[in-house]
Design a protein around this ligand. Structure first.
Ligand code: SF4
Ligand code: SF4
Ligand code: SF4
Length: 457
C-alpha cells in the first residue's frame, strides 16, 4: 500500500500547542504568500477567557484581568472581519476557521450560524473551508451536534481520562464533577457521526496511569486522534509566563517521560496506523526528515496566533499578555500583524534562545527544546533556558529511537509504518526463543553484554 508521510502526519487533528483548550488543525496552516512566505493559523476566542468550568490547572481564567469591564463576547463586526480577513489571506488555498476558549459554546449556536453566513458571504467559489472548535463538551447536545455534523465541524474535546482522573482537576465553578456530561457529549458525537479529537492534559493525577488513560480513550471513548498536553503550571498570581516554580498539579519531568514511553509501547505493538497520537506523529516526521507536525517540537514557531473577543491579536495562546500583543485586527490588517517583525522574532527566538546543552543534544532534531513557555530551568553548566520537561523529553526520544528509525525506513520505501508492528513482534519472538535456550553462563541473547544469569536473574 502506498503510504506517503503526509497520510501519517497530516491527518486532521488538534495540533501540539500545549494549552488546555487549544485547537489548531495540522493541515490548516494558512499561506500568506502575498505578504511573506509565512504560513499562519489563527485561533479565535469569542468569549475571551470566560468559561463555564473552573478547572484547577487553568491559567487562562486569569486573563480576564486583561479586559476589566468587558462583556467578553465577540461582536458582529469583529466576527465578520475575522472571517473575511482569514479567507482573504488564504487566497485560493483552503481555509480553516478555528474556535476555542474559554468556552466558545457559551456564545450560543446563533453566533456560529452567523459565522457560517459570513463564510458563505466571503468565500470564493471552489475554495474549501474547515471549521473547528475546541470545547469542554459540557453544553453539547443534539442541536449542537446536528449543527456540527451539517457543517462538518471538527471538534476537539477536553477529557483527562476515566472518571476519577478526569474529575481530579476538571470541574464546574462550584467544584462539581463534569465527567458524565463530557461522556454524554462523546455519545452524541458518535450518534451524529461528528469527527472529534481528544485533548488530554498530563498532570500530577493521571500521569502514573498512562496505559489506563490511553486504553480508555481508545477502547471506551472510541477516539482515533489523541493529543497529550503536559501541565506545567507556573505558580504565580498573574497567569503570565513568569516565575520558575510549578504547582503541585504539574506533571514531573521524569513522570512525563514515563507516561509517554508507556503509551508508546502499547501503541507500537497494536495501534500504528489506527490511532494517531500527536507526539508520535510529530516524532515520526522528525525521524523521516520532515518538519515537525507540531509547533512545540518544531525548530521555530510563531505561526499560531490567538485572537481575543475584541479583535486583539497575540503571538501565541500561551503568551496572551501585554508583551506579546501584536495589534487589533479592526485597526490593522491581520495579515500585516501576522507577518510583522515582532511576530517573526517571536518565532525565531524558539531556536535562537536555545541553551548550549540543547544545541549539543543528540535528540535536538526531534525535541528542539520543546515549547519556550517551559524553558525556565538551569542547564547543568549554569546557563538559563533549559526546558522543565527536559529529563522526560530526553528519555522519551531515546526510548522511541529504534522503532522510529524502522518506521522512517519503511516510509522511505513507500511502505506502511504499521508494518513495524509485525517486524517488532517477530524480533520479540526470536529473542524469547533464544532466552529460553540460553544457559546461565552464556552471554545474554538480549545483547546487554552481561551473562544470562546476571541479566535475567
Ligand atoms: S474548560 Fe477548563 S481548562 Fe478549558 S478554559 Fe475552561 S476552565 Fe480553562
Ligand atoms: S510558544 Fe511557540 S512552541 Fe510554544 S505553544 Fe506557542 S507557538 Fe507553540
Ligand atoms: S531533550 Fe533536553 S537538552 Fe535535549 S533538546 Fe530537548 S530540552 Fe534540550
Amino acid at each position: 500500500m502506498d503510504y506517503p508521510i503526509s497520510s501519517v502526519v497530516q491527518q486532521p487533528r488538534i495540533c501540539g500547542r500545549e494549552f488546555i483548550c487549544a485547537i489548531s488543525i495540522k493541515n490548516s496552516v494558512v499561506p500568506v504568500d502575498s505578504v511573506a512566505d509565512t504560513p499562519f493559523h489563527i485561533m479565535a476566542k469569542p468569549t475571551g477567557a470566560v468559561c463555564n468550568l473552573g478547572c484547577q490547572y487553568c491559567f487562562f481564567l486569569k486573563k480576564e484581568n486583561l479586559y476589566p469591564g468587558s462583556n467578553f463576547r465577540m461582536g458582529d463586526a469583529v466576527l465578520e472581519s475575522y472571517i473575511r480577513q482569514v479567507i482573504e489571506a488564504c487566497g485560493e488555498q483552503s481555509v480553516t476557521i478555528a474556535w476555542q476558549g474559554g468556552e466558545p459554546t457559551l456564545m450560543g449556536l446563533d453566533f456560529f450560524r452567523k459565522s457560517i453566513e459570513y463564510e458563505r458571504k466571503h468565500l470564493k467559489s471552489g475554495v474549501a473551508i474547515q471549521n473547528t472548535i475546541q470545547t469542554n463538551g459540557v453544553l453539547l447536545d443534539e442541536e449542537w451536534l446536528r449543527f456540527f455534523h451539517e457543517h462538518q465541524f471538527l471538534v476537539g474535546l477536553s477529557l483527562d481520562g476515566p472518571r476519577e482522573l478526569h474529575d481530579a482537576y476538571r470541574m464546574d465553578k462550584t467544584g462539581r464533577p463534569v465527567f458524565d456530561k463530557v461522556m454524554r457529549a462523546v455519545q452524541v458525537m458518535h450518534q451524529h457521526k461528528v469527527e472529534f479529537n481528544i485533548l488530554a492534559t498530563v498532570n500530577a493525577a493521571n500521569a502514573d496511569h498512562s496505559v489506563e488513560v490511553y486504553k480508555f480513550f481508545r477502547d471506551e471513548v472510541g477516539a482515533r486522534f489523541i493529543q497529550f498536553i503536559p501541565i506545567v503550571e507556573r505558580d504565580n498570581e498573574t497567569g503570565f509566563v513568569e516565575g520558575n516554580t510549578v504547582t503541585e498539579r504539574s506533571v514531573g519531568p521524569e513522570q512525563y517521560g514515563r507516561f509517554l514511553c508507556a503509551i508508546f509501547d502499547e501503541w507500537i505493538q497494536k495501534d500504528v496506523g489506527r490511532i494517531f497520537v500527536n507526539h508520535f506523529d510529530a516524532a515520526l516526521a522528525s525521524w523521516a526528515g520532515a518538519p515537525s507536525a507540531i509547533c512545540t517540537t518544531a525548530s521555530t514557531c510563531g505561526f499560531a496566533m490567538v485572537l481575543e473577543h475584541n479583535g486583539d491579536l497575540y503571538s501565541c495562546d500561551h503568551f496572551v499578555e501585554p508583551k506579546h500583543y501584536l495589534g487589533n485586527i479592526m485597526e490593522q490588517p491581520l495579515i500585516e500583524l501576522a507577518a510583522s517583525d515582532k511576530q517573526h522574532r517571536f518565532g525565531l527566538d524558539k531556536r535562537d534562545a536555545l541553551p548550549r546543552c540543547c544545541r549539543e543534544c543528540v535528540v535536538l532534531f526531534a525535541c528542539n527544546g520543546e515549547c519556550p513557555k517551559n524553558r525556565f530551568c538551569e542547564t547543568p553548566d549554569g546557563a538559563t533556558g533549559l526546558n522543565y520537561l527536559c529529563a522526560g523529553l530526553k528519555a522519551f526520544f531515546t526510548h522511541i529511537a529504534r522503532p522510529m528509525k524502522l518506521m522512517a525506513e519503511l516510509l522511505k520505501q513507500r511502505r506502511a509504518p504499521a508494518e513495524v508492528m509485525q517486524m517488532l513482534a517477530v524480533e520479540d519472538a526470536r529473542l524469547k526463543a533464544k532466552l529460553a535456550k540460553a544457559g546461565r553462563n552464556d552471554p545474554c541473547p538480549c545483547g546487554s553484554g552481561l551473562k544470562f544469569k546476571r541479566c535475567h536473574g
